[in-house]
Design a protein around this ligand. Structure first.
Ligand code: PEP
Length: 248
């Protein structure tokens, strides 16, 4: 079975002392300190968490990136090149919270994806339907439309995170059948849209916890997990990483 990638998304949480404690506890487990585990931390803490991760095998991830490629007069923006410079390996693009609150979509997300790839980083492109779209039976159409941002993209590695919006932070988890069929469709759609032969990994995200991680990570075409809330609790995130390690 291929390596499972587990990314903890801290969202807008963390302070120096909390981060140091969390990372220390995570690194005390050999099954967490392995390649294939990454922490997506808020921008102000990328450098300090990067320092804490030095000497470990964990990767650093950013939660967002600028749509502007080059340095310039873009107040408040952080470029993909800057993220590479501070040691990020992955960058989340198009998380549903950014789609919802900041109205990110379409061309803007495509520019972000291209910038991340041009900077030599791996994008983690988040897709997923709302409850309304799922109930109207439009989930495949919505996800296909979101994946159109990948049209003709040429990258050695792409990670897509399937996160049904109705399962994020709600405690509701998609059924194993729902996850399986969407992941299968995402892989097929990526193969159609991406240029060349990229390694495509599809992560599941949405209320992944220590208790449900084994069942979710064992599904065909689930190559890992994007974990929000549980990534802030060292015991829970460690358990999820340990489960993923056992499945390798
Ligand atoms: C997320 O933030 O990507 C996420 C999946 O959150 P949670 O695990 O809390 O549902």
């Amino acid at each position: 079975m291929a390596d499972k990638l587990v990314i903890g998304n801290w969202k807008m949480h963390g302070r120096h002392a909390f981060n140091a404690q969390l990372v220390k506890q995570l690194l005390s487990s050999e099954q967490v300190d392995r390649a294939g585990v990454a922490l997506a931390v808020p921008a102000p803490y990328l450098v300090s968490v990067g320092e804490l991760l030095k000497g470990s095998r964990l990767s650093l991830a950013a939660q967002d990136v600028s749509q502007f490629a080059d340095d310039g007069a873009y107040t408040g923006e952080t470029s993909a090149q800057m993220l590479a410079d501070v040691g990020c390996a992955y960058v989340l693009v198009g998380h549903s919270e950014r789609r919802q609150y900041l109205k990110e979509e379409g061309d803007q997300l495509r520019r972000k994806l291209l910038n991340v790839i041009a900077a030599g980083l791996t994008p983690v492109y988040c897709v997923g339907e709302t409850l309304e779209e799922r109930e109207a039976g439009r989930h495949f159409a919505v996800i296909r439309e979101q994946l159109s941002a990948l049209d003709g993209v040429d990258s050695g590695a792409v990670v897509v995170a399937y996160e049904p919006v109705w399962a994020i932070g709600t405690g509701k988890v998609a059924s194993l059948e729902q996850i399986e069929e969407v992941h299968h469709e995402i892989k097929a759609e990526c193969l159609r849209r991406l240029k060349g032969s990229a390694t495509i990994r599809v992560l599941y995200g949405g209320s992944v916890k220590a208790e449900n991680a084994a069942a979710i990570l064992s599904i065909d075409n689930v190559d890992g997990a994007l974990v929000g809330g549980a990534s802030l609790v060292p015991e829970s995130f460690s358990m999820i990483c340990q489960t993923a390690t056992k499945l390798i």
